[in-house]
Design a protein around this ligand. Structure first.
Ligand code: 5AD
Ligand code: SF4
Length: 511
């Protein structure tokens, strides 16, 4: 993005003010978020930029200084952290794992549920000590929570130890925001409520050398009635196919063994690019031709899951036989109120279509329990659907009202203790299935990407099977970063143990 368009963007942003105007307290950058604007979806097409550079005046800003980033939430946030680390290193900051050593501390936050937000406020509170001991340290809050008006107002009111707040659309502005924070005594707040464009050449420091995240699109236009993501991440913006393919080729050349294609709703890939008749199925078919051993994708929405995609996944090759397909509820009335745009029947039909093409697929899901006014019968429909599909695993959540979303305004007659009781009952069903599925692997040989020593025991190696099951086994360090064949000797509730049969040495192929 050039300086002119940046400034134009900045002007457009400063025109909007929140109901309570704090701007008079701030001499420097003050651009607060606005939920109403975040909800608007403009018709203008997305501009793609390839011209990110560190401006001369910011070069060396981090020389002799260290940074620490704490990441909350989903893979999208983890990947954003890699980009922020890339920008900070380009400014000559060095990374530290010890928050007490850091000169810049960033909290990359998650807004999806209230407890995620509470954790962040707890951490900001803890950092007050650091600020007292080291007054020069810069503390920044970024990520999804920064896109919420109420959060920004709360931080400004009660957490004066925070120096910077910036959002998900202006990560590339980090050099300017840091410089501003060094100069200013006041809190620097720069949050763009309308999404930015797609900037292709931001630097990244990937956390691993074996597995990598690859963004294929940003934002979400689905507006499920409970979800804050369309407000915090903006409208759907797909990256151009050639950019994604060249990133994947590059990762393959660097020796990465697994990539995960990321988006809030990857099945909508390409639909926002005018005149492009190319969807996720086409993209995956092109990535199938690249010599990278493992390809995964997340998160899918059942609504856009088309036959072309099923056909491409069924071809196998480097596409792993695991699909995470959030269902949220097994009851049609609840699905309707959630705005999910599919029914219990159409979801079950999709599962059948997927299984017909890929009989051995592993399906996992997300479920929300205790939606406003959910009845016992409606909840039992969810349990029934879970049993019918026989998911391998599920992430289950208690519904958490998010300010600004339609569901947050609904009357709710379900007592909390009942919601918690339902969650416990669902979790029992989930655990039972997870354990049972794992037990079915006993004695089988599985292919595993060995990621390194296990978290609990240095002498043991660990990795994930093609269907994303954690397995531990004894073996030489030489196996790390390679696909290995392992026989399952013991299964537990969430993981398995096995014995190494062979290390599959990679064959050199030009990408
Ligand atoms: N309350 C509870 N769970 C939620 N999720 C999204 N929004 C909420 C909310 N307000 C869950 C959904 C989604 C997952 C990432 O988080 O199940 O798929
Ligand atoms: Fe949220 Fe629904 Fe979009 Fe998923 S598809 S990010 S649940 S609005």
């Amino acid at each position: 993005m050039n300086e002119e368009s940046r400034l134009a963007g900045a002007e457009a942003q400063t025109e909007q003010q929140p109901e309570k105007d704090y701007s008079k307290y701030f001499e420097h950058v003050y651009q607060p978020p606005n939920l109403k604007d975040a909800k608007k979806r403009g018709k203008e097409s997305i501009q793609y930029h390839n011209d990110f550079t560190i401006e001369e005046k910011y070069k060396g800003l981090g020389r002799g200084r260290k940074f620490f980033i704490r990441t909350y939430g989903c893979q999208m946030n983890e990947h954003d952290t890699e980009v922020m680390a890339g920008i900070l290193e380009a400014l000559e900051y060095t990374a530290t794992n010890d928050v007490n050593e850091a000169d810049v501390v960033l909290l990359n936050t998650c807004a999806i549920r209230e407890n995620a937000e509470n954790k962040v406020f707890g951490e900001i509170g803890h950092l007050k000590h650091l600020k007292l001991e080291k007054p020069d340290v810069l503390i920044g809050v970024c990520g999804c929570m920064s896109q919420e008006e109420s959060v920004v107002n709360k931080i400004m009111k009660s957490y004066q130890n925070v120096d910077m707040i910036f959002g998900t659309h202006n990560i590339h502005r980090l050099p300017a925001i840091l410089e501003e924070a060094y100069m200013s005594k006041a809190m620097v707040v720069e949050v763009w409520s309308k999404e930015g464009d797609v900037i292709e050449n931001l630097p990244k420091v990937r956390t691993g050398k074996i597995k990598a995240w690859v963004n294929i699109m940003y934002g979400c236009d689905k507006f499920c009635t409970y979800c804050i993501v369309p407000f915090t991440r903006g409208k759907e913006r797909s990256r151009l196919p050639q950019e994604i393919i060249s990133e994947v080729r590059d990762l393959a050349r660097q020796g990465y063994q697994e990539i995960t294609l990321l988006g809030q709703n990857v099945n909508a890939y390409g639909k926002d690019i005018e005149g492009l008749d190319y969807g996720l199925g086409d993209l995956m078919a092109d990535i199938q031709k690249i010599d990278i051993p493992r390809v995964r994708f997340m998160t899918s929405h059942p609504w856009d899951f088309d036959d072309r995609l099923i056909e491409v996944i069924a071809r196998g090759g480097n596409i792993m036989p695991h699909i995470h397909l959030p269902v949220q509820s097994g009851n049609n009335e609840v699905l309707k109120i959630m705005g999910r745009k599919y029914t219990r029947e159409s979801y079950l039909q999709l599962v059948e279509d997927i299984r017909r093409a890929l009989p051995d697929v592993a399906l996992t899901t997300d479920i929300i329990v205790g939606y406003p006014n959910e009845t016992e019968e409606q909840f039992l429909d969810t349990i029934d659907l879970y049993e019918r599909v026989g998911f391998e695993h599920a992430y289950t959540y208690l519904y958490s009202p998010r300010e600004g979303t339609p569901a947050a305004n609904m009357q709710d007659n379900v007592p909390m203790r009942e919601k918690k009781d339902r969650l416990q009952r669902l979790n029992k069903v989930v655990e039972h299935h997870t354990e049972h599925k794992l037990a079915s692997y006993l004695g089988q040989e599985v292919l595993v990407l060995c990621e390194g020593p296990s978290k609990k025991n240095d002498a043991i190696l660990a990795g994930y099977t093609d269907k994303s099951k954690l397995i531990n086994f004894a073996g030489p360090l030489d196996a790390v970063g390679k696909i290995v064949r392992v026989r399952v000797t013991e299964t537990k509730r969430y993981s398995m143990n096995g014995e190494l049969i062979e290390i599959i040495e990679p064959v050199e192929v030009a990408n």
